[in-house]
Design a protein around this ligand. Sequence first.
Ligand SMILES: O=P(O)(O)OC[C@H]1O[C@](O)(COP(=O)(O)O)[C@@H](O)[C@@H]1O
Ligand SMILES: [Mg+2]
Ligand SMILES: [Mg+2]
Length: 349
Amino acid sequence: MKAVKTLGQFIIEKQADFPYAKGELSRLLRDIGIAAKIVNREVNKAGLADILGEAGTTNVQGECQKKLDVYANEQFITALNSGGECCIVVSEENDEYIYLDSEISKNAKYIVAIDPLDGSSNIDVNVGVGTIFSIFRRKTTEGKATMEDVLQKGTEQVAAGYVIYGSSTMLVYTTGKGVNGFTLDPSIGEFCLSHPDMRVPKDGVIYSINEGYYAHFPDGVKKYIKYCQVEDAKTSRPYTSRYTGSMVADLHRNMIKGGIFIYPVTASAPNGKLRLVYECNPMAFIIEQAGGKASNGYDRILELDVTDLHQRSAIFIGSEHMVAKAEEMMACFSPQKTKVTFEGVLSIQ
Ligand SMILES: O=P(O)(O)OC[C@H]1O[C@](O)(COP(=O)(O)O)[C@@H](O)[C@@H]1O
Ligand SMILES: [Mg+2]
Ligand SMILES: [Mg+2]
């Protein structure tokens, strides 16, 4: 009978990897695990719980918030505030960063950036959704944490993870020493180690992009899609197209099977759609820790300067060789100095 290892046990065990650790990060990951279970309970019975549909409010991105966006946001902020290990939360659903002022939180040393519910467009139609989180250590030591503490590059992350609310619920995370996945066993209410030391295959046969915007993609992306669709048995092409509309679900699949996920700049999203601080950076940290690659088509996501809480970025992420190939196409057909005009005609500046 194989011994079950819970997330809590694993975190404590791994704490030994960090000689100076005092348990704060462990407790912070524990708090995120607790909030994920509460959100999972609502997601699992969403149709019965009057939690489907619009909340009637919009977020700073101008998106209509779903009731579950708001519910999940509240659950994570409450868990982090009462846990006492986090002083600031940056959330997709809040215009400004939230300074946690509970007595135990205000002097905490960690900052959490979070996408409480990823794949919102799939909530009402019962397709996999997720939560994405990124953890930083504050830089300033005196007084209230500041914007300087919040706008840190992805390379400064001390941990990152996602929760996928799919056919089963999993929590996958890294602290910079590999990636491990835990499946929620509802009968004991615990996340249990099910996917130790996850590795994304160097190559895959799945490409994941919303081809509905094809006409508005940079030439480099159009060329890469064509490359994926060419008949060539030697390189297992044509690849298979898979796109769920939930970044977490698409990346989790590619993490296990190999593949590439691309959300490039488009006419309607000239800086990309996905948010650097709480979508691209945490997923890039995880994928790189699993042996994959993540860029904006040119530069490493984790090296990108962070200048705004909700800044967006193009993202090419997944199997190392597939991302490298897509970058090759971008360098060749959409060189960085070139401003892409969406009539598809390139104009050299
Ligand atoms: O509908 P589109 O334009 O393809 O966008 C889908 C993408 O947008 C997202 O839903 C954005 O995330 P949120 O749902 O957290 O806003 C991603 O999960 C997904 O990959
Ligand atoms: Mg999202
Ligand atoms: Mg979201």
